[in-house]
Design a protein around this ligand. Structure first.
Ligand code: CTP
Length: 401
């Protein structure tokens, strides 16, 4: 995220929804990632949160009124609109959506929205009926057609005490949706990236399964990195502990056979395939139709080998396609990874150590090495899964170029 947001100019427009307090966290994260944030608070937003908080977080003067400090170049609206790399409106009320859709310019924020040529991302937050109202939906449609971006709203508890669609997306999800819009690394623009992620559940009976410890965190980091670099991203995902980022096409699967069925045909359309899923090597021969009962005897399950998804994809690879896999190993890391690189005819393999407390499935970090089919080996050390994704896509993009 630091690589993406560093020194990027972001106007954070805060409008008068109860979710306005969450904009403080958005500002704080953006600043943490190195962005230069100009906070803008509408009159209604100022009834809910104060400019001093945003000024302390961003180190910049908060814009609160159109004609106040008109001479200050730091907040003069045309200058700010022109230097912005992104206008992020979070929370966005029904009112600002209506004004933006109709070109009404009656305060600093709405005026600057007309003046800017930067991408505009709205994170709507309002009562469910207001969101569902045909007027709001028509305004959103108009703005979408005009090239504006949206993240959320989510379903959940709303400030008015009801449940429904209208809750602002979570701050981190908003920042992730903003990342591709401010990224200067667009080396996968126009490319289709297919990722397998998560684990597998092979049924034993209707209530039990054989599974593995995959969290889906690596697949998630890969998907976000590919999005940020401009790719269209599809993730075929087995069960995972983390949700995939906004903007990804997700194909949910449970078993290895379902993963093969979903992935192999889609791979034909992909420029890049990265297999990060922990695919179950075996499935239970004949899963019981009814829940198994205790018999007082040891239980033997017959297992049948599953298809190798990645090997099937590389057997059908097309010219120019880049294919990468992972080798999760507890021992003989490099040796085992090289065998997989050769056997599955991969361009790149990430060898990662699993089973240690600070590296592997549930962990945020991983001990990783990237090996390519030209004999290069690069030890990344113990790094975050985000860094592994960045490093892997650096190499993939170089091959595509
Ligand atoms: N893989 C796959 N389909 C399988 C097994 C693995 O697509 N049935 C992919 C994984 O997503 C990963 C790579 O192949 O990118 C290596 O997976 P791994 O589980 O480490 O190795 P296996 O091939 O299963 O070999 P082994 O279990 O013997 O180590």
């Amino acid at each position: 995220m630091k690589r993406t947001f560093s020194t990027r100019e972001i106007v954070l427009g805060v409008t008068g929804s109860i979710a306005a307090y969450k904009a403080c966290e958005i500002a704080s994260r953006l600043v943490e990632f190195g962005a230069c944030v100009t906070p803008v608070l509408t009159r209604s937003a100022r009834e809910l949160v104060g400019p001093a908080t945003f000024e302390a977080i961003t180190g910049r003067r908060a814009v609160t009124a159109m004609f106040e400090r008109l001479q200050d170049p730091e907040i003069e609206h045309i200058a700010v609109a022109q230097r912005a790399n992104l206008f992020l409106i979070a929370p966005a009320t029904a009112n600002i959506l209506a004004k933006a859709a109709h070109g009404i310019a009656d305060d600093w924020l709405s005026t600057s929205l007309l003046a800017t040529r930067a991408p505009v991302l709205f994170a709507p937050a309002m009562n469910a009926n207001m969101y569902a109202h045909p007027a709001t939906q028509a305004n959103i449609e108009t703005l979408r057609r005009r090239g504006c971006w949206f993240v959320g709203p989510d379903v959940g508890r709303l400030a008015c005490g009801t449940e429904g669609v209208g809750r602002m997306a979570e701050p981190l999800a908003i920042i992730e949706a903003a990342a591709p819009l401010v990224s200067t690394r667009r080396d996968l623009a126009g490319k289709r990236v297919l990722i397998t992620s998560g684990g597998c559940r092979e049924p034993i009976d209707p209530v039990r399964f054989l599974g593995n410890r995959s969290s889906g965190k690596m697949g998630r980091a890969l998907a976000l990195e590919a999005l940020v670099r401009g790719a269209g991203v599809t993730v075929v995902s087995g069960p995972a502990a983390v949700a995939l980022p906004h903007g990804v096409e997700v194909v949910p699967v449970e078993t290895a056979s379902e993963m093969a069925e979903a992935t192999v045909p889609r791979a034909a359309e992909a420029d890049v395939v990265v297999a990060a899923a922990a695919v179950a090597d075996y499935r239970v021969d004949k899963p019981a139709a009814e829940k198994r009962k205790r018999s007082g005897q040891p239980l033997t399950l017959n297992l049948t080998e599953n298809p190798d998804v990645l090997a099937a994809i590389s057997a059908n690879r097309h010219q120019g396609q880049v294919i990468a896999g992972f080798a999760a190993e507890t021992a003989d890391l490099l040796e085992n990874a090289r065998v997989k690189l050769d056997k599955k005819k991969l361009d790149l393999v990430v060898a990662n150590k699993v089973g240690a407390p600070d590296s592997g499935f549930d962990s945020h970090n991983v001990a990783a090495c990237i090996i390519d089919n030209m004999g290069n080996v690069e030890d990344l050390g113990i790094v975050s899964k985000e860094i592994v994704a960045e490093q892997l896509f650096d190499r993939i993009a170089a091959r595509l170029a």
